[in-house]
Design a protein around this ligand. Sequence first.
Ligand code: NDP
Length: 434
Amino acid sequence: MAESKTVHSPLLTYFSMLSLLTLCPPFVILLWYTMVHADGSVSQTFDYLKQHGLQGLIDIWPRPTATAWKIIACYAAFEAALQLLLPGKRVEGPISPMGNRPVYKANGVAAYVVTLVTYLGLWWFGIFNPTVVYDHLGEIFSALIFGSFVFCIFLYIKGRVAPSSTDSGSCGNVIIDFYWGMELYPRIGKHFDIKVFTNCRFGMMSWAVLAVTYCIKQYEVNGRVADSMLVNTVLMLVYVSKFFWWEAGYWSTMDIAHDRAGFYICWGCLVWVPSIYTSPGMYLVNHPVNLGTQLALYILVAGILCIYINYDCDRQRQEFRRTNGKCLVWGKAPTKIVASYTTTSGETKNSLLLTSGWWGLSRHFHYVPEILSAFFWTVPALFNHFLPFFYVIFLTILLFDRAKRDDDRCRSKYGKYWKVYCEKVPYRIIPGIY
Ligand code: NDP
């Protein structure tokens, strides 16, 4: 059984799946509508819905148009081609629960640079104006909502009839299989990794592409870009650049190494990332707040510092594992626990758990700068409306839940060794508090 499937009870899985299916799609549409057509005001949208009820929601729900499908198809095909064709170093992922070691091609930075240069080039030379994307955003989100659902059905069927590796299988319940996924590393052919595509090249890449889109839209409407928009765009781009710089590291995190390719993770990356993660920038398009150079710079520096610390936490853990603990952590030899565990196929293996550096402060300290970074690229919107802060609040809940899921998984993987780790590093996220 997939490790991820044992984390939440079937009841909670049914509940979260039903919520995701019924609440998230209308939420994506309502968030877009509020940002773009209701001045970012939740109460304005609420009044509209109170007056018009369900019919009101149906009326504002954009139908996926041919233009929207074309934009998505061109973007997806372009990213898939870059993933397949651009050169990159061969990278081995971590050993899977079934004892496999997936191999990847690390060409994320090249794909990221080619994508942004192409997008800006198309705009600069008057071939394609990114404002078209902004003007069709509702239709694009609507198409993504339906298209991604169909894609998840494809993933389920593929996992049943043609799994790519032994890290796959059913838990005996169709709904849980569809929701948490059938396969850990689904591939098309030998080289096209579907999760790298959905999570990195479609989801994360769309974040950068949309951040640039919002900036260009504000420029084309107002003839200038407000400093608030600049701070927001730069911080989001620094964050996504960091992501692609570290992409091979991401391939050994929970999303890729533990969570199977199902509705939960894939629908999230294909729909939720482009719509919700980018939402502070979407809000700023019509709200060109002027912060003044000094305040803008303070926010920018604070945001970059948080992104750097988040990066350094991930780097420290990966460097420590890569060198088998033979590295320096904050200038000193690291302290560690040698934790043994048994794979699903019955083999006994060892993992090293770092107990110094960032990983000695708390068991998931890296989530603190992650949440703060999101706060700093949102705060340029100031506090006139609540909605731009939705992503920060969502992220906080997501990461607190994730920390618990990860702790539960590690406890069942490492048993008594995890207990020793928890005694040495007692706090889960915030040192001294939680
Ligand atoms: P990671 O996978 O990077 O870290 C957790 C894993 O690391 C554990 O499952 C365990 O895996 C191993 N581990 C735990 N403790 C230690 C230790 N002390 N020493 C060495 N290894 C340890 O976590 P995430 O995937 O949650 O985060 C990765 C990055 O992605 C972070 O920067 C995070 O902020 C970001 N993120 C962003 C999200 C967003 O929506 N913006 C959502 C989620 C994450 P093992 O089985 O190998 O021992």
